[in-house]
Design a protein around this ligand. Structure first.
Ligand code: PMP
Length: 297
């Protein structure tokens, strides 16, 4: 699904075939989860392949490497150039791009002084599909910001996402909603959350969540489109009084929620603010959005 015998990846300074890559079993990040990665999308626009918010993604990657003490010297500009070259070599325009930094061979717990850098890309539809999601609150909380850098996309943090996804999928739900360590609504396992109440949007503030690039794009777009949005903590009980809700993320894009646990969001998706933002986001990533004032019903 992700590659075939002709697929090219970037690996430590060279473009090579994916099938020829070898990762050592002594790779420190394989054992301890101290790698960092990004999830980026490129779109097939009227001006060719366009990577959405490439600089913001590479800033986050570099920040992650820094806080995890992983040596990484590429500039944002170099990373963007590698990304476009990789797309070209794989003949892809609409694609998901996955840069990954891992450590060298080391079985100690101190960050190794060597790092490995790979970048892959593949065609990937909307990660959570395009149907409204039936979501369940997970028994797992998001990681406590006092135990790790929650704003960094660290590979090891994703055990929390895997646990919560496995939990709710095994119960027949589509996705997991996770609370933070204080019991407030935090985010989905791989996306941020917004709720609509009385024609206004609310989303949890930064601090206990992954500060998503899609989330900030949506907030910016709301400001430009005169949609009222507030970053504010809210409880699960408050979430279950919302009119409508949606998730945002690079892989998921903008996707509406049908229900949370037993609660079905009462507002239809089409008249919701989320639906309008979903359409505007599609235009935005394709460079086709004409800023306008939305008539919110
Ligand atoms: N929360 C989590 C836990 C994530 O893994 C992601 C995906 N990076 C997001 C939110 C959304 O972030 P972004 O919009 O930058 O993709």
């Amino acid at each position: 699904m992700y590659y075939n015998e002709n697929t090219i990846v970037y690996h430590n300074g060279e473009f090579v075939k994916a099938k020829d890559i070898q990762i050592s079993p002594y790779n420190q990040s394989l054992h301890y989860g101290n790698g960092v990665f990004e999830g980026i999308r490129s779109y097939d626009t009227d001006c060719g392949a366009k990577i959405f918010k490439a600089e913001a993604h590479y800033k986050r990657l570099k920040h992650g490497a820094k806080v995890m003490s992983i040596p990484f010297n590429y500039s944002e500009k170099e990373l963007i150039a590698i990304s476009y070259k990789l797309l070209e070599l794989n003949n892809l325009k609409d694609a998901y791009i996955r840069p990954l930094i891992t450590m060298g061979e080391d079985m100690s717990l101190k960050s190794n002084t060597q790092s490995l850098f790979t970048m892959q890309c593949w065609e990937w539809g909307q990660y959570m599909g395009d149907q409204l999601l039936r979501v369940k609150t997970s028994k797992f909380q998001r990681p406590n910001p006092k135990s790790c850098f929650v704003e960094a996309k660290v590979t090891g943090h994703y055990t929390n996402s895997v646990l919560s996804t496995n939990e709710v999928k095994s119960l027949g739900y589509d996705e997991a909603l996770l609370l933070d360590m204080n019991g407030y609504v935090a985010e989905c396992s791989g996306a941020n959350v917004f709720m609509e109440k009385d024609n206004k949007l609310y989303t949890p503030p930064k601090g206990n969540i992954m500060p998503g690039i899609t989330r900030s794009t949506i907030i910016e777009m709301c400001k430009e489109e005169n949609i009222s949005v507030e970053e504010k903590l809210f409880t699960l009980e408050e979430f279950k009084e919302a009119d409508s809700a949606f998730f945002t993320g690079t892989a998921a894009e903008v996707i509406g929620l049908k229900s949370i646990d037993e609660y079905v969001f009462p507002k239809d998706w089409k008249p919701s603010i989320g639906f309008q933002l979903m359409r505007l986001y599609k235009e935005e990533v394709l460079g086709k959005r004409h800023k306008k004032i939305l008539a919110v019903k």
